[in-house]
Ligand binder design. Structure first.
Ligand code: ARG
Length: 459
């Protein structure tokens, strides 16, 4: 009655509506290479434990490899009636090599097969995302050479706060993406555990050797509990979170640069190759790439939300709901990879508008905190020093001048220990040099960090 591999007990063919509704091959065909790899490892193990003869194993492997080549060449016809990539490949194998192919599914189920394939796929994606992130970090680090010595206003609340070296700014993003790379590496350990051998949910009575399959496929370990692994998608959610975090980092940066490219800021110019125009306003050069990086974050974070909702309230063990996981993860990987690919040349190609930045750098009393710390160094308690310098800032605001432009008498009147020495810490250049703490924007601290990053990323 049924052409389904599972059709034995069925008295009616599947309704067309259900068939179309429940298929996954339209998207999970992306797992074909992993599916074939895992099946080859499984067949090898079945031969080791005596379920297959060597000749049968060889026939299965040759058949699977040929199918893989056919799919890679775009010559394979996936059938919706066979639901998913797993059953399509298995059926093609049986069509090709006959009854021997019917032995491949011994000791496994699609439930552990799909989890194995998906983990293998995610593992590959983690590795390629890691190199995209390293490329982007390199783009940031290279900026430190061209922009050496440039001073930028640093912001909190998007209000001018303290001066920072441009190199310090570039390296801030290196740190963020390094944490993302570290997170990917952590996540990879949990992804890289073999579920195959779980079979449907309880394991199998066939004397399989899971360790052999794990070693063959490069898994670091074996999932211990079959009920757990049949239902587990933590690995996919964790990966989706790391992708969201990368996206959030990209989005904040994109927003910052959109602002920096405005006439109002005038800090940054994107090369024309990375701007788009307006169909009505001839003068426009818009940062659409940055806006889309910011915008696409919505779907990446949305995908994580979807996965969390998907797995909420699922009883043990496998439930078909879990089929909904793949498109969300595929989409996040594709989106984040494209954003990372675009971000690197934008970082490399953007030009800091050093003249206009320098022309405005003394606005906003960025050296006020340094002056306060100078006064603390002269023995004044912090709260008192804060108040005294606050009053001096108030006076500078009233006179519409910088702190360095106030006469020495005013400093002396503000506190007896203030005098000519204030001019050695005032002005953004002096202020930058006055920083001392580890991790600060002090030029020699930053230079150390630049060296550290150059060495780290060269490896
Ligand atoms: N296509 C399914 C998925 O992606 C494979 C597992 C199906 N298992 C089942 N018992 N129907 O989750």
């Amino acid at each position: 009655m049924s052409d389904k591999p599972w059709g034995g007990a069925f008295e009616q063919p599947t309704d067309q509506l259900l068939e179309k509704f429940s298929e996954s091959v339209s998207f999970d065909h992306q797992l074909y290479a992993q599916d074939i790899r895992a099946s080859i490892a499984h067949a090898g193990m079945l031969a080791t434990v005596g379920v297959l003869s060597d000749a049968e194993r060889a026939q299965i492997v040759t058949g699977l490899e040929a199918i893989g080549e056919q799919i890679a060449a775009g010559e394979f016809k996936f059938r919706q009636s066979l639901e998913d990539v797993h059953m399509n490949i298995e059926r093609a194998l049986i069509d090709r090599i006959g009854d021997v192919g019917r032995k491949l599914h011994t000791g496994r189920s699609r439930n552990d097969q799909v989890s194995t394939d998906f983990r293998l796929w995610i593992r590959d994606q983690i590795d390629s995302l890691d190199s995209l992130l390293a490329n982007l970090q390199r783009a940031f680090v290279h900026r430190t050479t061209g922009d050496e010595g440039v001073v930028l206003p640093g912001y909190t609340h998007l209000q001018r706060a303290q001066p920072v070296l441009a190199s310090h700014y570039w390296l801030a993003y290196c740190e963020k993406y390094q944490r993302d790379r570290d997170r990917l590496r952590d996540c990879r350990h949990r992804v890289n555990q073999l579920p195959l051998g779980t079979a449907a949910l309880a394991g199998t009575t066939i004397p399989i050797d899971r360790q052999q399959v794990a070693e063959e496929l490069g898994f670091e370990g074996i999932v211990a509990n079959s009920l757990d692994s049949s239902s587990d998608r933590d690995f996919a959610l964790e990966f989706a979170f790391v992708l969201s975090q990368i996206s959030l980092h990209l989005s904040g940066w994109a927003e910052e640069w959109i602002l920096w490219c405005t006439t109002e800021f005038g800090f940054l110019k994107l090369p024309d190759a990375f701007c788009t125009g307006s169909s009505i306003m001839p003068q426009k050069k818009n940062p659409d790439g940055l806006e889309l990086i910011r915008g696409k974050t919505a779907r990446v974070v949305g995908n994580l939300q979807s996965l969390m909702m998907l797995t909420k309230g699922l009883p043990l063990a496998y439930n078909r709901d879990l089929q909904e996981d793949k498109e969300r993860v595929f989409d996040s990987v594709e989106t984040v990879s494209a954003c990372l690919e675009l971000a690197a040349p934008m970082v490399a190609g953007a030009e800091l508008q050093v003249e206009s930045i320098a022309a405005g750098i003394e606005r906003g009393h960025l050296d006020a905190t340094t002056l306060m710390e100078h006064l603390i160094g002269l023995g004044v308690p912090q709260r008192t020093a804060h108040e005294i310098i606050g009053k001096l800032v108030g006076s500078a605001l009233q006179q519409d001048c910088t702190l360095a432009e106030l006469p020495v008498e005013e400093f002396q009147a503000a506190h007896e220990s203030l005098g000519e020495s204030v001019y050695q810490v005032l002005g953004t250049k002096h202020a930058i040099e006055a920083f001392q703490s580890v991790g600060s924007t002090n030029p020699s601290r930053v230079a150390e960090q630049v060296t550290h990053w150059k060495e780290k990323l060269d490896r």
